[in-house]
Design a protein around this ligand. Structure first.
Ligand SMILES: NC(=O)c1ccc[n+]([C@@H]2O[C@H](COP(=O)([O-])OP(=O)(O)OC[C@H]3O[C@@H](n4cnc5c(N)ncnc54)[C@H](OP(=O)(O)O)[C@@H]3O)[C@@H](O)[C@H]2O)c1
Length: 245
């Protein structure tokens, strides 16, 4: 526990659109949050300000998860501040379209290093702390239903998310029963018009529940996992039936 008796969460990517809402909700659920941002300092600072209203000991640190030295540095800073780690959420992610014939090595590295390598080394650092603790802790990875779709123009992104889902199972088995490891795979929740996605009406037509996801749909799933003691190695798709065929 912290000085105020709260559980502690280390989260990557809490400066993200969905990530910041998740961090705020987890703080509201009784956790102190130590989170990373990469390039969006302003959004990170605004998120920290909101979180501190609920959870005053929360902190943030800059970290490029594509660099293992940055991840190690973020965990070193975390260890200096906190004596326990109850929860890790790996939400840092890069996302842009990459038409197959034109994918460059630079694009591949940018997507796969941030999403897959970054998640792996964050989980590795987390597990090295958690496995020495005498209580059950949790890791939640943020993946994407694209892991189960043959999605045109998003090959490196999709395989990075499929890789995260398999890492989730591997870590769950390796670190049971001390660490519960699960993945949340959202469908489309937020839209980014700069990322060459199909029109919203077209997306909605493919979803059985006929609407895009809401951040609250994802948050409810994460809070469910925080209260679950007998679920590990699972991927929970939160996608309104988008994968139904
Ligand atoms: N939103 C959706 O509809 C949706 C759908 C499916 C899956 N997901 C998954 O859900 C999670 C949260 O989504 P989101 O909407 O918050 O994503 P987002 O708005 O794109 O934010 C991405 C986050 O990752 C961070 N990041 C990017 N590159 C990084 C790097 N090299 N090192 C460290 N951090 C880096 C960003 O930091 P800076 O901004 O500070 O650079 C930001 O905090 C992601 O894993 C995403 O793939 C989201």
């Amino acid at each position: 526990m912290t000085a105020t008796g709260k559980k502690v969460c280390f989260m990557t990517g809490a400066s993200g659109v969905l990530g910041s809402e998740i961090a705020l909700a987890v703080a509201g659920h009784g956790y102190t949050i130590f989170f990373t941002w990469h390039s969006s300092e302003e959004r990170a600072a605004a998120t920290l300000e909101k979180i501190r209203w609920i959870s005053p000991e929360s902190q943030m640190v800059q970290c490029n998860v594509a660099k293992t030295s940055d991840i190690a540095g973020a965990f070193a800073a975390f260890r200096q501040q906190f004596e326990r780690l109850d929860l890790v959420i790996t939400s840092a992610s890069n996302f842009f379209s990459t038409p197959l014939p034109d994918v460059t090595e630079r694009e591949w590295d940018s997507l796969v290093d941030t999403n897959l390598k970054g998640t792996f080394f964050t989980m590795q650092e987390a597990a090295s702390i958690m496995q020495k603790q005498s209580f059950v802790s949790r890791i939640i990875t943020m993946s994407d239903i694209s892991a189960d779709l043959v999605w045109r123009n998003f090959a490196p992104y999709s395989v990075s998310k499929a890789g995260i889902q398999h890492l989730t199972r591997i870590f769950a088995k390796e670190f049971a029963p001390t660490i519960l490891v699960n993945s949340v795979a959202p469908g489309t929740v937020t839209l980014n018009n700069k990322k060459k996605m199909e029109p919203q009406e077209e997306m909605v037509k493919k979803i059985a529940l006929q609407r895009l996801g809401d951040p609250l749909d994802i948050i409810k799933t994460i809070l469910f996992l925080l209260e679950s003691d007998y679920i590990t190695g699972q991927v929970i798709n939160v996608e309104g039936g988008r994968l139904l065929r």
